[in-house]
Design a protein around this ligand. Structure first.
Ligand code: SF4
Ligand code: SF4
Length: 398
């Protein structure tokens, strides 16, 4: 068992000790030459790529490769960004591999469909699959955590997340992207352990980040995803790239840019509670483009999100059934392929005679079923009170 991140630092350092820098740059699209110029500009205020990479470093790029989806759907990190970063790291003398462990499906198929195989081929990087784990000691709440060996043993990690909404955690960006270092089926086991607790799952994600800190995080927010992310939301053009050494700080800025209320961001709230570096806005130095040039957007949030309107806990308890949303298969789209059933951590989904049913009492609302359905056939059945409020807001907005 290995303790901590190998640097001699304790797992958690206090936020007051640090000032974190996050750089933001505009980018109009994924055309290679322009994107390369944009990434170089993005990294300039942070000292350029050579600040993070030394000659001979074995560098692992960790894009979001959630599922076998085309790049234009904004489910996965765009391959052009992966290729650009691979090229820059090689120019700095790094030896580059690209790897992930997708939520579901054959790795080569996922890598092919989302364009990452081509990005590896075009740049000369090695595409690797996470298939061997190493056991690491957690901080106490989690006794041990298994991470991919090739991830843990890389000299440097460059985290390449996609900015997206997330039905369970509200947003996925730099911290959540590192959950990909947990191999395949073990992801479901962690969902099961965390159950319905967003807080516990957020703590797990923050521990995973602390066990192997990325050297650099570069966020693909040129096209991001809003609505029912992370697998079936809508692409939204934000035209931005973000970068920073600390994924907590990068996520905080990404959340503000997406216009997501801080009280809905479970990872950020947990990071504040744990007093992690980068968890407070006043300890982040924003560089790159001036704040007034940043777009003012408000991402559409996922339909299944827990929204409790700041009600007192006694009322939330009483109205729980009416405030809670559950997944529901769309009979016109579902082909009973079984992907969701196989991925469901508490085995709440059954399929009989091609008819799918969900046991809501078992469902932990992790939304893995919706995230991984290849046919976008899993929708959201919103609680009665939420549906009533939806109707009221439609009437008042007329
Ligand atoms: S909801 Fe989607 S993943 Fe589940 S069985 Fe139907 S088509 Fe397959
Ligand atoms: S039914 Fe869907 S949301 Fe519920 S536990 Fe299973 S995978 Fe998670």
């Amino acid at each position: 068992m290995i303790k901590g991140d190998g640097s001699g630092h304790p797992l958690f350092l206090l936020c007051e000790d640090y000032l974190e820098s996050v750089s933001v740059a505009t980018s109009t699209g994924y055309e290679y030459s322009q994107l390369r110029r944009d990434v170089i500009k993005l990294l300039e205020p942070l000292g350029g790529i050579s600040t993070f990479i030394s000659k001979g470093d074995k560098v692992l790029l960790k894009p979001n490769m959630l599922a076998a989806k085309e790049p234009d759907l904004a489910v996965t990190t765009h391959p052009a960004l992966v290729q650009v970063v691979a090229g820059l790291v090689m120019e700095a003398g790094g030896i580059v591999s690209i790897g992930d462990s997708p939520g579901y499906g054959n790795y080569q198929r996922v890598a092919g469909k989302c364009g990452i195989s081509s990005a590896a081929r075009n740049s000369g990087a090695t595409l690797i699959e996470f298939n061997e784990a190493i056991e690491l000691k957690g901080s106490g709440t989690f006794r041990s955590i298994h991470l991919a060996r090739s991830y843990y043993e890389a000299d440097k990690i460059i985290n390449l997340p996609k900015l997206k909404t997330h039905e369970m955690m509200t947003m996925t960006c730099a911290v959540k992207n590192l959950f990909g270092a947990v191999i395949g089926a073990e992801k479901a086991a962690w969902h099961l352990k965390a159950g319905r607790s967003r807080e516990l799952f957020a703590q797990l994600l923050l521990e995973i980040y602390q066990l192997k800190k990325p050297a650099l995080n570069i966020v693909d927010a040129v096209y991001a995803m809003e609505g029912n992310g992370p697998g079936s939301g809508d692409p939204i053009k934000l035209g931005l790239l973000l970068a920073g050494e600390n994924p907590v700080a990068v996520d905080l800025i990404a959340g503000r840019l997406a216009g997501i209320p801080a009280n809905l961001l479970h990872i950020e709230r947990k990071a504040v509670e744990l007093r992690l570096p980068g968890a407070l806005r006043e300890h982040i130095a924003l560089c790159g483009i001036p704040v007034e040039m940043l777009p003012a957007v408000r991402f559409k949030l996922p339909a299944g999100l827990d929204v409790q309107f700041g009600l007192p806990s006694i009322l939330v308890k009483a109205l729980k059934a009416h405030l809670t949303s559950f997944p529901e298969a769309d009979k016109n789209k579902c082909i009973a392929c079984g992907v969701c059933r196989d991925a469901c951590p508490p085995a709440a989904i059954t399929i009989q005679n091609s008819a799918l049913s969900i046991d809501n009492a078992r469902c932990i609302r992790c939304w893995c079923c919706r995230e991984l359905c290849p046919y976008n056939a899993m929708s959201t059945k919103r609680g009665l009170l939420l549906r009533t409020l939806d109707q009221l807001s439609k009437i008042t907005n007329r």
